[in-house]
Design a protein around this ligand. Sequence first.
Ligand code: DAH
Length: 350
Amino acid sequence: MSLAKTQATLETLRNETLAKVAAVTDLNSLNQIRVEILGKKGPITEVLRGMKDLSAEDRPKVGSFANVIRDEITAAIEARKTDLEADALNEALAKETLDVTLPGAQVKQGTRHILTQTMEEIEDIFVGMGYQVVEGFEVESDHYNFERMNLPKNHPARDMQDTFYISDEILIRTHTSPVQARTMEKHDFSKGALRMISPGKVFRRDTDDATHSHQFHQIEGLVVDKNITMGDLKGTLEVVMKKMFGADRKIRLRPSYFPFTEPSVETDVSCFKCGGAGCNVCKYTGWIEILGAGMVHPDVLQMSGIDPEVYSGFAFGLGPDRVAMLRYGVNDIRYFYQNDLRFLEQFKGE
Ligand code: DAH
């Protein structure tokens, strides 16, 4: 190829390439052009390879001309690349603009379960009166659940508290009362009176209906010291019921039976809805049965290593499920355990 013709070819190549580079609108296509024109298999390399056929005089001229053309094309590609990158950045910035004045997505806030709220409120009342809160075991032994509560094997009162057995001796507790025995046997009276409550889950072999659930809650209470009398029990319950259901409440004790207390009482509170006149909440009696209580049976003290000649105590067992049902007009205990948000969300707490 002659010098003139080679130069013309290169010039055409440059003009066409610069036009293509100017027209290209994305970085990929631009890169394709670079590879195609400047690459090892491209036309410029081909021209340089063909130089061996030129005369010694023309060779450097073609060489330097080809280099000039290549530099021009390279510079044009670089410049276009910078432009396209800037365009891409500006486009992304425009697209990803975020309006910080838009309201945020609402985070859905949960709430403590209404039974937890109820139990914590009751705990607060007792803690304020100097009681300690003790945790018991949901899986208990027959020994603590029954024997130590004065319910020996074959005692008829066991029938009311059938439960789920893990083995002959291990069961899931039917009441929170075993925590009484566990706490009494460890208590050091040189450090003062024993005053405790123990909230928690209990289990029974019950057929579930509106007022029975095979799992429910209790709050056990126990006070042991010298000279504890039934007057202390009555005064304590009265204060607690007033705090829970309103300052105008009265309480009434009726004789009852529990194997672990002697004497035993059933405690009623005057109806918080009608004040005692009679309404649907109190079933037109004016009174609501709220808990079982009594003076700790001497044998129960004795079995826990406490001398009943020196010490006496009172105990009570309260059902927070029932308290919550009465207070909030819940007519089916199963709502507490079904985890239906439509029910649970109604109790937002503070
Ligand atoms: N443990 C009894 C029950 O589950 C409730 C109870 C009654 C507890 C009287 C007591 C008490 O501490 O004195 O039915």
